[in-house]
Write a protein that binds this ligand. Structure first.
Ligand SMILES: *Cc1c(COP(=O)(O)O)cnc(C)c1O
Length: 439
């Protein structure tokens, strides 16, 4: 059995509270006290990604009320395929493949973690007396996260979702994807910017009067229930290479990067890990200078990675006891600006016919640069393809000169009706949506 504690230490905390609260009472993030260690051959016996997730996550669930449900939770979260697609080789002849993480319901990798967390919370709530109040998940989004969370929680018992997005500042398709779910999901267009949405969420969580009346929960990317399962798909891909593989992770809040590090720690056969950021360089600057400085975020074409102060930096530093030299040995980081993202989307399409989303393009471009450094091995390199290019059609289509058809699951969402309400950017306007009792 593996317990959890805050990065600041303190006593062990049970899995159920870790999943429900997101952050520790001291305001820090939860981390597992240790990682289970597996033999690679034992992991490789798993027949499906769901089986592998179950095997890898079992030690974290042992002794919890969710242990018996773990197989079903994993099947629910890992229902979509995880293909590896060959793309053009790297400069030193290295084999490059994409791990396509975009075959879930909203065509981005966040579907895996969001569905896993949703399935866990639904089961925790099912154990409570029928009279206990429903949980309202409150989330602010500038795009991808909101859709993954809305989809994952749609139709789940005793859970409601309020998704806040900045009115008129996300694409029409993204807006559609937030409002096309079951009655338990309410999309709210906030008259303001993304920062106003985030501020509202913070205000709601810190309002004692509101929290007396409504039971609020969060599903943001710092929740361990979203991060832990992501280790399984990295391991699944690594196990497909007999000698193991190197990984490139398009990085924003560093959640997927942490999950890849954990998969390596659990024995999946992951060798090097390269974190690819866009023009937001906090991670790379930290590795080169040894001083961490949070930044204002910069808007880029890979907008799901527009993060100036990655929330999981705290976990990265904790994982290596805060020692910069150990972190430098464990990961590398490269920053890729918009010009390079655009050039890579064009070049990859010309070379292999594969259309990359802007985030994945940052990863592929970082990989090419990294492979031209003197001491970098060739071998198998796997780039996490974090979203389907059709989600970013306005960026991608002009560069490749052709239309990119949405995959079937997105096309189906676009054919559903979608609706949202509009609110002023203040807590009084939001509160009624958090208090409504579910019919
Ligand atoms: C969220 C997201 C990222 C960044 O992932 P982190 O876990 O925050 O580092 C990259 N690409 C896409 C498409 C995303 O939605």
């Amino acid at each position: 059995m593996i317990a959890f504690h805050s990065t600041q230490g303190g006593g062990p905390v049970a899995l159920e509270s870790v999943l429900q609260s997101g952050t520790a009472p001291d305001g820090k993030l939860y981390v597992p006290e240790r990682l289970p260690r597996f033999r690679r051959e034992a992991l490789a016996e798993s027949a499906t990604p769901a089986d592998l997730a179950e095997l890898m996550l079992r030690p974290f669930f042992e002794g919890s009320s969710l242990a018996a449900d773990l197989p079903g939770i994993c099947r629910n979260a890992f229902a979509s395929p995880l293909p590896l697609t060959e793309i053009a080789p790297g400069p030193n002849g290295a084999r490059l493949r994409l791990l396509e993480l975009f075959h879930g319901p909203t065509a981005a990798f966040k579907d895996y973690g969001a569905r896993f967390l949703a399935a866990c919370l639904e089961r925790i709530l099912a154990e409570e007396p029928a009279s206990s109040p429903p949980l309202t998940i409150l989330v602010a989004t500038s795009g991808d996260t909101g859709a993954a969370v809305a989809s994952a929680f749609s139709g789940r018992d005793k859970i409601r979702v309020a998704v806040l997005f900045p009115k008129g500042r996300i694409s029409p398709r993204q807006e559609h994807h937030l409002g096309c779910w079951d009655d338990n999901v309410q999309a709210l267009a906030v008259r303001g910017a993304f920062d106003d949405c985030q501020r509202l969420v913070k205000q709601a969580f810190s309002s004692t009067s509101l929290r007396r009346k409504a039971r609020l929960g969060s599903a943001n990317s710092i929740n361990l229930g979203r991060l832990l399962p992501q280790s399984a798909y990295h391991a699944w891909a690594a196990l497909k290479s007999p000698e193991g593989a190197h990984f490139v992770i398009p990085t924003g809040n560093l959640g997927n990067g942490m999950a890849c590090l954990w998969a390596r720690g659990m024995g999946a056969g992951i060798d090097r890990i390269l974190l690819a950021t866009n023009a937001n360089r906090a991670v790379g600057d930290y590795l080169s200078s040894g001083e961490y400085r949070r930044r204002e975020s910069i808007g880029t074409l890979a907008n799901a990675m527009d993060v100036g102060d990655p929330s999981n930096m705290e976990r990265l530093r904790h994982h290596f006891g805060g020692e910069i030299d150990r972190i430098r040995k464990a990961v590398a980081a490269t920053s890729v600006n918009d010009e390079r993202i655009q050039a890579r989307i064009r070049r990859e399409y010309a070379a292999s016919g594969v259309v990359l989303c802007p985030h994945t393009a940052a990863g592929v471009d970082a990989c090419h640069e990294h492979l031209s450094l003197p001491d970098v091995p060739s071998g198998d390199w796997i780039v996490a393809a974090t979203a389907h290019p059709a989600k970013f059609e306005s960026v991608v289509e002009p560069l490749v000169g052709t239309t990119v058809a949405p995959p079937p699951q997105l096309a189906e969402l676009l054919s559903r009706p979608s609706s949202h309400a509009e609110i002023r950017p203040d807590l009084a306007a939001l509160a009624p949506y958090l208090l409504q009792s579910r019919a």
